[in-house]
Every structure is written in C-alpha cells, then in structure tokens.
Write a protein that binds this ligand. Structure first.
Ligand code: FES
Ligand code: FES
Length: 180
C-alpha cells in the first residue's frame, strides 16, 4: 500500500476498470437481416442498443430487469429478454425485432391475428408478446392451450389481453378451441 492509501503493483485497479466500463466498444449486430456496426459501452443492454443506437423503438422497456418480457426479441431464432443481455455479449449474432417480422407491407400472421382477435389495447406489451408468439409458431405450428400459455407466461399485460392473445394463437394453430 502506498503512502497515499492507494493500491500499487500490477493487480486489478477498480478506478481503471470503472473507466473501461464507460469506453465505447465496437460491435456488429445482424439486425433484421442487416449488418449494423455500432459502438456501445460494456454496460449497454441489447434493448438500449436497439432503441438508442439503432432507433428500433418497437422493442419496449418496462421493468428493465427481466421480469415483464416487454423487451422480447429473437436472438438467432429464440425469444429472449433484451434488457437482460449486454450488447457486447451478442457481438456478431443475429437479432430479430418486431420491425423485422413483416415482409414489406404484409404483416406477419401473428400481427394479423392479434388485430383480428382484438389482442391489442394500449399496445405497450404487444411487440414482446408477438415476438414470443411468432417464435412459438416457428418452432411448433400447431401449439395447444398449454404450450401457448407457457410461451406467454412471462409477459405482463396490464390491459389483460391474455384471453384474446390465446384466441389469436389458437386460430393460427388451427385448433378447434378457437372462437370466431
Ligand atoms: S423490460 Fe425487459 S423483461 Fe421487462
Ligand atoms: S395491451 Fe396494454 S399492457 Fe398489454
């Protein structure tokens, strides 16, 4: 220990580590099929990077700690909570956001079904729900009630659209339980 009370030698230094955490790091994300280069801090979450650096504000942030699923995107082909992942952790990975689901003006079938079955109210939770539902259908085109319930179980919808989301998904799955 030096006279000034600071650690000396080659060991890790907390102030230096703290400064490094604020430095910009170059990364590349493949977002909605397009390679995007950006610079982020080591502490920047994937949700922040999408919204702030790439202006993809369809990904919503509510709790910001993995409890509500509002920020769901696909990492490769699996739904994940983008607020729980650091952008630097997914350097060079493939990300799909709600902006990447529609093909030009043709909405994704889940988007159409949500509209048809009135599964949208204020809409804040809707992008995340749609990403989870579309992810489920990509893995299993004919899910039943339990599989759909599991897929949407982490989503917190204050407007209570769950029954309508279920009907939209049952209709897409071609299930007899679906009501018109
Ligand atoms: S904002 Fe990411 S889980 Fe709630
Ligand atoms: S539609 Fe309003 S929070 Fe889900």
């Amino acid at each position: 220990m030096a006279d000034n009370g600071h650690e000396t030698g080659d060991g890790p230094s907390e102030p230096i580590e703290a400064v490094r955490a604020l430095e910009d790091v170059p990364i590349t994300l493949v977002v909605n099929g397009r390679s995007r280069r950006l610079r982020v801090q080591a502490r920047t979450t994937l949700a922040q990077a999408l919204r702030t650096s790439l202006s993809l504000t369809g990904t919503k942030v509510a709790c910001n700690h993995g409890a509500c699923s509002a920020c769901t995107v696909w990492l490769d082909d699996l739904p994940v909570a983008a607020c729980t992942i650091l952008a630097v952790e997914v350097d060079a990975r493939r990300i799909t956001t709600i902006e990447g689901l529609a093909q030009a003006d043709d909405l994704h079938p889940v988007q159409k079904a949500f509209i048809e079955h009135d599964a949208v109210q204020c809409g804040f939770c809707t992008p995340g729900l749609i990403m989870s539902c579309a992810g489920l259908l990509a893995r299993n085109p004919h899910p039943g009630v339990e599989e759909i319930a599991t897929a949407i179980s982490g989503h917190f919808c204050r407007c209570g659209t769950y029954a309508h989301v279920m009907q939209a998904m049952l209709a897409l799955a071609g299930r007899a339980e679906a009501q018109k």
